[in-house]
Design a protein around this ligand. Structure first.
Ligand code: ADP
Ligand code: ADP
Length: 218
């Protein structure tokens, strides 16, 4: 469960997120829809503990993310694969992450298999395509077996097969009772992946409804 209450984040004169409130429930996929610059990444970075809010607050499983003893095992975030060392092999990067966060190293081969990367585990991630990089980012998100998954634009750069794979993965994670928040700038993508959609524009929540409710109103 994620609860966001009156969250505001400003950068100098720019208010990226403006009084945003919504709840992300477990067991369903919640889509976070909005055009570029709407405030999706900023909101998600706050949920990952990468940034502090200017005001308001966000809790994950009832506590601010900073108060969880091990954030990576609480929120699995899609790390931008470019934030990983490109000279490192995919397996090495995941082993290092597992080591830092006290996750058993046996989990690395599990997430490599789950993301279809077993065959390239010993290749340097710098040579990966955009799609393979996204899979590696998702592998890092799954590493800590978290109850909450926050995926910022996970299908960017994926081929149609990869898009379908992400959709199934999100549905599986939700059906296991996990909390899944996934962003996109495409309504068509969200309509196929999410059960509920929160629409954000210019930092404000514009709508928050089930996909069926959206379709009934079009
Ligand atoms: P989205 O993910 O929906 O594309 P963002 O959260 O990335 O939107 O950005 C929302 C707004 O905040 C944009 O106007 C963006 O330029 C601005 N912004 C985001 N991050 C920063 C930052 N670190 N410094 C200054 N402005 C930022
Ligand atoms: P399947 O449809 O074969 O169950 P899943 O993608 O749900 O495929 O995952 C396979 C296994 O990996 C399941 O046992 C599931 O519990 C586990 N798993 C899936 N996602 C995660 C995750 N984020 N963290 C930990 N384990 C996961």
């Amino acid at each position: 469960m994620i609860e966001i209450s009156h969250l505001t984040k400003s950068y100098g004169g720019v208010t990226a997120v403006n009084d945003v409130s919504f709840t992300v429930r477990p067991g369903i996929v919640t889509g976070f829809l909005g055009p570029n610059g709407a405030g999706k990444s900023t909101t998600m970075r706050i949920l990952m503990g990468l940034e502090n809010a200017s005001s308001g607050h966000a809790t994950v499983m009832g506590k601010p993310i900073q108060e969880h003893s091990s954030p990576l095992t609480t929120v699995g975030a899609l790390l931008d694969a470019r934030s990983l060392n490109p000279a490192r092999k995919a397996r090495q990067s995941l082993l290092a992450l597992a080591d830092t966060h006290g996750i058993p190293s046996s989990r690395v081969d599990e997430v490599l298999a789950l993301t279809g990367l077993s065959g390239v585990a010993d290749k340097r991630s710098g040579g990966f395509s955009l799609g393979m990089g996204q899979r590696l980012g998702i592998a890092s998100a799954l590493l800590g077996d978290p109850q909450v998954l926050v995926f910022d634009e996970p299908v960017n750069g994926l081929d149609p097969e990869g898009v379908t794979w992400v959709r199934h993965l999100c549905r599986n994670l939700a059906s296991e009772g996990r909390t899944v928040l996934i962003s996109s700038h495409l309504m068509s993508e969200m309509a196929q992946t999410a059960d509920r959609i929160v629409v954000i524009g210019r930092g404000h929540v514009l709508a928050d409804a089930t996909v069926d409710e959206f379709i009934d109103h079009v």
